[in-house]
Design a binder for this molecule. Structure first.
Ligand code: PLP
Length: 387
């Protein structure tokens, strides 16, 4: 249930505030024209406070967040970065764009990184691990963090789907060295396009802030056109209108998560008597964002049948099974660097994950899922799987 279902006059008021304060859409400068209105800056501070990190940096997308994170950690050519084989293609693309080599692990029944497989894939070139909280369920961060500490690796959490979730009462995005977030239109809170990066370390934050802004250090001693720089960079700056919308959406995050969790629980209750399904696992003490409800059926054929029968009744599934190929690394032979890192034989890797994913059905949690719709969905799944 993405934030777009909750866009109302609050977002409009924040956007109007930008225009009523002088209409400055750039996050930096124009100080005498903007009447103290700095929405991106305000959004970053509010976001850092919400996640409990010291620093947050707004960027143009979740993909950009990953790319900037890798740059800030100094990762590039000759390095290896390990992520999981079930993620959106963006996670691997960001590694390729950094110049590093992407390596993927198997997942387990949490549908996130299998820590045992992670350890087996570490080499002397490995510099960082990107653990993904796919579709709102926390990764096994306790085990993954321990492995990263043992091998002296950076831990990045791809929190694109995990915004508002936590594990053992520590917010997702605040376990690793860096957390990256997406505010695209399908996410729990949205700015249309947009992303955020959270940091613990001031030095890494400052590197990221400069790198995402052509190397600008925003040195207060100089005007921007004479600004100091220590490295080159790129442009992944968020604009003020996105910052304004993000501020309004962030205030709704707890409400959205609570609603999602409530609806998801009702759906779980409805499916409780269907013996043919097994629910996705989650680590102990997980507080999920409840973005979707995922269960495993007996075979790929049954999973496809569930989707087909739901579609016939105007209900859909979310990512599994229909968008499998955009989210499973075993199908990404077009990413040559990834294929090469996996013996040029990508499609014959990740047997465990393939078998888990091909039997998975993911139901989107939407705020309009009332009791009547939940009953209908439950009945469709029941009649589809009944022998
Ligand atoms: C796991 C994951 N990482 C990164 C991204 C990229 O986010 P964005 O669409 O904001 O670039 C997505 C987008 O769906 C995602 O699912």
């Amino acid at each position: 249930m993405p934030g777009f279902e909750h866009i109302d006059k609050k977002e409009l008021e924040e956007v109007l505030d930008v225009f009523n304060s002088g209409g400055i859409l750039f996050r930096h400068g124009f100080d005498n024209l903007r009447n103290g209105c700095y929405k991106v800056d305000e959004f970053e501070k509010a976001f850092a406070a919400k996640i409990g990190t010291k620093y947050a940096l707004a960027v143009t997308s979740g993909t950009a967040a990953l790319r900037v994170a890798l740059a800030a950690l100094g990762i590039g050519k000759g390095d290896e970065v390990i992520t999981q084989c079930f993620t959106f293609v963006a996670t691997v693309e960001s590694i390729v764009e950094s110049g590093a080599t992407p390596v993927c692990t198997e997942i387990d029944k949490t549908l996130n990184m299998d820590p045992k497989d992670l350890e087996s894939k570490i080499t002397s070139k490995t510099k960082a691990v990107i653990a993904v909280h796919m579709l709102g369920t926390p990764a096994r961060l306790k085990e993954i963090k321990k492995i990263c500490e043992k091998y002296n690796l950076f831990l990045i959490e791809d929190t694109a789907w995990g915004c508002g979730g936590n594990l053992e009462n520590i917010n997702l995005g605040n376990w690793g060295d860096i957390g990256t977030f997406s505010f695209d239109f399908a996410k729990t809170i949205t700015t249309g396009e947009g992303g955020m990066i959270t940091f613990k370390d001031e030095k890494i934050y400052k590197k990221a802030a400069a790198w995402h802004d052509h190397g600008h250090e925003n040195n207060p001693k100089y005007p921007r056109w004479e600004d100091t720089r220590s490295s080159s960079g790129f442009n992944f700056r968020m604009m003020e209108l996105q910052g304004a919308i993000g501020l309004a959406q962030l205030k709704k995050l707890d409400f959205i998560i609570n609603l999602q969790r409530d609806i998801k629980q009702k759906l779980i209750n409805k499916l409780a008597n269907i013996n043919e399904i097994e629910l996705r696992n989650s680590p102990n003490d997980s507080y999920e964002t409840a973005d979707s409800l995922i269960f495993f059926v007996e075979s790929k054929k049954e999973a496809l049948k569930c989707r087909e029968n739901l579609l016939q009744n105007n209900f859909s599934t979310k990512i599994l099974p229909e968008a499998y190929s955009w989210h499973f690394a075993g199908t990404w032979e077009h990413i040559l660097e990834l294929n090469k890192a996996h013996k040029n034989n990508l499609k014959n890797q990740f047997h465990v994950s393939k078998s888990i994913l091909s039997r998975a059905v993911s139901l989107p949690i939407s705020s309009n899922l009332n009791n009547e719709k939940i009953d209908i969905i439950g009945d469709i799944i029941f009649s589809t799987l009944r022998k």
